[in-house]
Unconditional design. Structure first.
Length: 342
């Protein structure tokens, strides 16, 4: 749980990474054309070009990944969900202050807020009204939304499919072990890892298992782009899979330390660990094009943006930047906004 709190965070831009076009998921850091937002013990906005810290908010609070919604950031904390003004960093409102909640999945004007109290709430962002609430055994993680079905799970070692309008249960699937982190929506289903070392590919319509991959080492939540899925193991190995079939498309070992969640920026896969090792890999085959050691080491997954690696370090925090030469990549015309660092 501690590593999740500190930043078991997945790449996203301001659009969905699969399943539905207007869905935004928690991510850390979040990169926009002018700013970088990073969350750990508080939230910081950096100037993307110069790296200067513009503001810091919620300092000292346990904060999760920011989710951009218009001119606001929604941030889960140990004391509820907070909406921050993205320009000033000032808190606009706080909901569910009595419980620790994860940052939400946002679809249109609704935020789906999961918490350690076992609740999943559908919150109207404009009015603050709770449209519906469901209770589960143990904590639940932010849901994936795919094909009109919310898919969530957590400590109870199962996935549950829900109607996003009413919260009514549609199906339930036992996984035999608790989730590592949140389910991820891809082009060909919903994907999730468990502490049993299994990657599950689930049909969101009925909860049926499309395929699974068993491993002897636990992996973090996957990153998805196009028809592919990339899985960072806790022993330094990143693996690629075809989402539809589960067929392996590549493996690369960065080192022996646990990998951070991988980024899929600029048509590449960016693998990194807490020791500062970073490899920029081709999507097909996971062939390395560049490998560097960053100092100071990143506290969050680095991003590849316009020929530069951007990474956040502690203490501070600080935003660091380093130019990195990578070959031109034909896949840039195909990957779309979901894989670009904007």
């Amino acid at each position: 749980m501690g590593r999740l709190i500190a930043g078991i965070l997945l790449l996203t831009c301001l659009a969905a990474r699969g399943g539905q076009a207007d869905v935004r998921y928690p991510a850390n850091p979040v990169v926009t054309p002018t700013a970088v937002f990073a969350s750990h013990d508080g939230v910081v906005r950096f100037d993307r070009d110069g790296g200067a810290a513009i503001w810091r908010s919620l300092a000292g609070e346990q904060t999760f990944e920011p989710v951009p919604v218009g001119e606001r950031l929604l941030v889960g904390t140990s004391a509820g969900l907070v909406a921050l003004d993205a320009v000033s960093g000032d808190p606009v409102w706080r909901r569910f202050a009595g419980t620790s909640v994860f940052s939400p999945t946002v679809a249109g004007e609704v935020a789906y807020v999961a918490g350690r109290d076992g609740s999943l709430r559908a919150l109207d962002i404009a009015t603050g009204e709770v449209r519906w609430q469901r209770r589960f055994t143990g904590w639940v993680y932010p849901p994936a939304l795919h094909g009109g079905v919310l898919v969530t799970g957590g400590q109870a070692a199962e996935l549950v499919g829900l109607d996003p309008q009413s919260g009514e249960e549609r199906w339930r699937r036992s996984l035999g072990q608790e989730l590592v982190y949140r389910p991820v929506a891809g082009r060909h289903g919903v994907f999730v890892t468990t502490f049993a070392g299994i990657l599950w590919a689930i049909d969101p319509a009925d909860g049926e298992v499309r395929w699974l991959h068993r491993d002897d080492v636990v992996s973090d939540s996957p990153s998805v782009v196009g028809d592919e899925l990339y899985l960072p193991r806790f022993d330094g190995l990143v693996q690629g899979f075809d989402q539809a079939s589960g067929e392996g498309i590549g493996r690369y070992r960065l080192g022996s330390d646990a990998l951070m969640p991988v980024s899929t920026d600029e048509g590449y896969v960016v693998a990194s660990d807490g020791a500062g090792r970073v490899a920029v890999l081709k999507r097909q085959g996971l062939v390395p094009t560049s490998k560097v050691e960053l100092s100071p080491a990143p506290s969050l997954p680095p991003r590849l943006c316009a020929g530069h690696l951007l990474w956040v370090t502690e203490p501070g925090p600080r935003l660091e930047s380093r130019p990195l030469s990578v070959p031109n990549h034909d896949e840039m015309s195909e990957v779309g906004e979901t894989a670009r660092c904007r």
